[in-house]
Design a protein around this ligand. Structure first.
Ligand code: SAM
Length: 199
């Protein structure tokens, strides 16, 4: 493992070892569970403690969950076993390991942003497949999330990054209205890869 990768892994291992930190699924998934297929396979990319992966497994999907942190992956494996859920949690550097094309019916990404990976994520969806994506925006009402603006989305950027897909749900509240209410500081999207038309 390269030095930079090893340092990244160590940093996330330390964060994920905190016993007070518990997994939670992203709102974009919880608010849109009704859009999931009844069967199929799903990937929770950069899963952390795997809140999304657990929710997808509870919905009956065949789940893979990948993260660079072996601590996170082990905690997720134990949690899934304790609930009697089957999922495949693996330690992987998703910036190095290539995604297979047409591999998943559902991909969920929350609070991880690498713009260079977007074409590979889109290619990894099967025709008809859905991506659920949620992460921090630059325009925000609080100081949660990364301070480096490069790791935050610009206005409507998720739509642009996933433009080859069809948008099924989108929410980005910016600083409109009553700032004490709503889903602030994040953008969320559910988008679908359309099936190829036969000529
Ligand atoms: C802010 S956390 C989000 C975790 C989870 N998706 C969630 O919403 O709780 C970012 C995650 O990305 C993972 N990560 C960062 N770089 C990665 C890489 N190159 N390959 C795989 N995982 C990575 C970290 O280990 C961490 O678990």
């Amino acid at each position: 493992m390269e030095k930079a990768t090893a340092e990244l892994k160590m940093m996330w291992d330390q964060r994920h070892a905190d016993p007070d930190k518990q997994p939670s699924a992203a709102e974009v998934l919880l608010e849109n569970l009704h859009l999931l297929p009844e069967t199929g396979n799903a990937l929770d990319l950069a899963c952390g403690l795997g809140g999304n992966a657990m929710e997808l497994a509870r919905c009956g999907l065949e789940v893979s969950a990948w993260d660079i942190s072996s601590v996170a992956v082990e905690r997720l494996q134990h949690l899934a076993a304790s609930e009697g859920l089957v999922l495949n949690a693996e330690q992987r550097d998703v910036e190095q390991d290539l995604l297979t094309e047409n591999a998943f019916d559902v991909i969920v990404v929350s609070y991880f942003l690498n713009r260079d990976l977007m074409p590979a994520l889109i290619a990894a969806l099967k025709p008809g497949g859905l991506i659920f994506y949620q992460t921090f925006t630059r325009i925000a009402v609080s100081d949660t999330g990364p301070s480096n603006p490069a790791y935050r989305l610009g206005d409507n950027e998720l739509i642009a990054l996933l433009s080859p897909l069809s948008v099924r749900f989108y929410r980005e509240e910016n600083r409109l209205g009553d700032l004490g209410k709503g889903f602030r500081d994040v953008a969320m999207i559910v988008a679908q890869k359309l099936a190829m038309k036969r000529s």
